[in-house]
Design a protein around this ligand. Structure first.
Ligand code: NAP
Length: 235
């Protein structure tokens, strides 16, 4: 299959912000690879969402800590579409609000970085050849105000450090890819009522609006930025 529609990949697309991002991108007519660690979770999400959207939703298994998974999906995207237009690095774990940096279990911190930082990093590396074939390539790293050095306080050490590192990665990739016109931005969705965010946050569609904004920027749009709701956020 090849398509004139934009082709997007969302990691952690089976629930929460990732699922809604996949739904909204498919709502714009994208062909969206909705990926999840467990194939049955991806298939269930696609079965739930597909009837209501004009675009195509394709389930796939992708654990961002597993390089073999990532390369298998990259091969599939190459065979089916020949390019990738939008990569949304959404998958993340461990909002460790009960922990403190002074006493954090460093095995847990390392495990968190493996998903929240290296997962996004290895996915971006693996898909770069396909992003380079896109006429309008976009990478969105779903970050958090918890990763803002300017606003940083104590607590949630693994999560906060992982998101600060993801922000740094965003700047590095954006700068290195600027000449190739690949726009790379970090987006904080705000406090959103998901399994991770817990009750009390904004509805998930509101948080996702800023992610979709970054995923669909015009060629004149920013790169190397940190945004919430399309507005710059302090690094
Ligand atoms: N909710 C908020 O208030 C908030 C605020 C700021 C930033 N964020 C960010 O927004 C993003 C989504 O958060 P959320 O609230 O939707 O979280 P969530 O409800 O906990 O969902 C996390 C998603 O990531 C997936 N995931 C975890 N580890 C993975 C791995 N190794 N490979 C592939 N997928 C993996 C999960 O899959 P499983 O179902 O298999 O576990 C799930 O689909 C995250 O980057 C988070 O840091 C959220």
């Amino acid at each position: 299959m090849s398509t004139a529609s934009p082709v997007s990949l969302v990691t952690g697309g089976n629930r929460g912000i990732g699922r809604e991002t996949a739904r909204q991108l498919a709502g714009l007519g994208h062909a969206v690879l909705l990926s999840a660690r467990r194939p049955e979770d991806a298939e269930r999400a696609v079965a739930d969402l597909a009837p209501g959207v004009p675009g195509t939703l394709l389930p796939c298994r992708l654990d961002v800590t597993d390089a073999d998974d990532i390369h298998a999906i990259a091969r599939r995207v190459e065979e089916e579409f020949g390019r990738l237009d939008v990569l949304v690095n959404n998958a993340a774990i461990n909002y460790d609000t009960s922990q403190r940096a002074v006493s954090a279990d460093l095995h847990e911190v390392r495990h968190t970085l493996e998903t929240n930082l290296f997962g996004a990093w290895r996915t971006a590396q693996a898909f770069l050849p396909l992003l380079r074939r896109s006429p309008h390539p976009r990478v969105v790293n779903v970050s958090s105000e918890s990763g803002s050095l300017e606003l940083m306080s104590g607590g949630a050490p693994a999560y906060g450090v992982s998101k600060a590192a993801l922000n740094a990665l965003t700047r590095k990739l954006a700068d290195e890819l600027r000449a190739e016109r690949i726009l790379v931005n970090a987006v904080c969705p705000g406090w959103i009522a998901t399994d991770m965010g817990g009750p009390g946050g904004d509805p998930v569609d509101q948080g996702v609006a800023g992610i979709v904004w970054a995923a669909t920027l015009p060629d004149s749009g920013p790169t190397g930025g940190f945004f919430r709701k399309g507005e710059p956020l302090a690094w």
